[in-house]
Ligand binder design. Structure first.
Ligand code: PMP
Length: 456
């Protein structure tokens, strides 16, 4: 086995890491943690340190680590048929079965699924299909996409543009001109304190409508949003938000993309977030939980309404000019089939709902009154603790103090991994669905102790 110091050196010399301070890492100013194994909700590094992964990797190991059923399905598929493509009508038992399993679980008005490998490429597919759709319908001007500030939709050129976080635009010449952003449904950070949640939702819908009218509805193709804002701070929508937004979209004939990369396949305690909040999307983006990250796989689910136009488009123009080599890769599809079956067999969607409710309530009980905890919020197995300088005024902490990063480091000392969300002083939690109440208590205890040790 290679020594840790050898791996550490090779890492710094050769590996350009994503979402990392490159200079600091290459110079050895930040740690390299080499993860070697995992089981259930626990990961272990090469030094033998065992940590409760309260973020399920990147909100993706939904079924938990070490699932031999999924590992065996991958190995069997690799031995039997490692690869064949899915162009010009080709398929495999795994990919066709998985498509059927996805559509059996998706809302009734959805029609078919296109496979990709990442949430980013699935959203790129959505945007291309939306443009194609409007070209086929003879409205070539209707192309702009509205996204929300604090939305996260990927790191590609278009998807990085849709992402409404400054860090993902800065020095990359993004967003591209076809993308425009509207207000985030971030009730805690509302400008007008006197607004109820419903009034704030109506305000967000009015802002959206004003933007549409300024730009001209005939130039706007679609609106994209996560049912619950994820990387932008884990923010569930205020009451009535999706109803108000959907009414505006319908009025102006604008398609809705529900980006369910985080919420798809159970994280909110329902199979899809669309079900949870009463969304009727034209596209649903899926990734992470589709395979619980045992293999990379994503999908763009299109509605009946969209499918009919795509079908008309190829009848008029020939085959659709959009394909990835690894679309519906059989090894990834086999992982998806085994994962979705396991989620059903173990009742993990229901567990995500019940243990998620427990985690959120326990976190509120433990921290709701702390003077530096401005907000504890969540839905299902998503939870966030937002820290402030002053509770009453919601005054922000001085970012140069890096308080959240210190707390999350202190939590690692307590054996729990949480995430420093990229914008604001927010600790994020998104554990695997097999979390027990005892493990939820451990997350809450570690968070409470780390906050008290850092802030008093
Ligand atoms: N959409 C959402 C809602 C996401 O959370 C993410 C990833 N965190 C993506 C898209 C992009 O997925 P990927 O990183 O697999 O490209």
């Amino acid at each position: 086995m290679l020594r840790n110091d050898q791996l550490d050196q090779w890492d710094r010399e050769n590996f350009l890491h994503p979402s990392t301070h490159l200079g600091q890492h290459a110079r050895g100013e930040s740690a390299t943690r080499i993860i070697s194994k995992a089981s259930g909700v626990y990961i272990e590094d090469r030094d033998g340190t065992r940590l409760l992964d309260a973020f399920a990797g990147l909100y993706c190991v939904n079924a938990g680590y070490g699932r031999t059923e999924v590992a065996d399905a991958i190995a069997d598929q690799a031995r039997e048929l490692a690869y064949y493509h899915s162009y010009v009508g080709h398929g495999t038992e795994a990919s066709i079965t998985l498509a059927k399993m996805i559509m059996d679980r998706a809302p009734a008005h959805m029609s078919k699924v296109y496979f990709g490998l990442s949430g980013s490429d699935a959203n790129e597919t959505n945007i291309k299909l939306i443009w194609y759709y409007n070209n086929i319908l003879g409205r070539p001007e209707k192309k702009k996409i509205i996204s929300r500030w604090r939305g996260y939709h990927g790191s590609g050129l278009m998807t990085g543009s849709l992402t409404g976080l400054e860090l993902f635009h800065k020095k990359f010449d993004l967003p591209l001109s076809q993308v425009i952003h509207t207000e985030a449904p971030y009730y805690y950070r509302r400008q007008d304190d006197s607004m109820s949640e419903e009034q704030f939702s109506a305000h967000c819908a009015a802002e959206l409508e004003a933007l549409i009218e300024r730009e001209g509805a005939d130039t706007i193709a679609a609106f994209i949003g996560e049912p619950v804002l994820g990387t932008g701070g884990i923010v569930p929508p205020p009451a009535g938000y999706w109803q108000a937004i959907q009414a505006v979209l319908e009025k102006h004939d604008i398609l809705l993309v529900a980006d369910e990369v985080i919420t798809g396949f159970g994280r909110l305690g329902t199979m899809f977030g669309s079900e949870h909040y009463g969304l009727k999307p034209d596209f649903i983006t899926i990734a992470k939980g589709l395979t619980s990250a045992y293999a990379p796989l994503s999908g763009s689910i299109v509605s009946d309404k969209v499918w009919k136009v795509l079908e008309q488009g190829t009848d008029e123009n020939g085959p659709i000019g959009h394909g990835w080599t690894y679309s519906a890769h059989p090894i990834c599809a086999a992982a998806g089939v085994a994962n979705l079956k396991l989620i059903d067999d173990l009742g993990l969607v229901a567990n995500a709902g019940s243990v998620g409710g427990y985690l959120n309530a326990a976190m509120k009980d433990a921290l709701g009154d702390h003077p530096n905890v401005g907000d504890v919020r969540g839905e299902g197995l998503l939870c966030a603790v937002e820290l402030v300088e002053e509770k009453a005024t919601r005054k922000a902490l001085d970012p140069t103090r890096k308080v959240t990063a210190s707390i999350v480091s202190a939590m690692v000392e307590q054996g729990v991994i949480a995430r420093v969300m990229p914008q604001g002083e927010i600790i994020g939690f998104a554990p695997p669905f097999c979390l027990s109440q005892g493990e939820a208590d451990k997350i809450v205890d570690a968070t409470t102790q780390a906050i008290k040790a850092t802030l008093g």
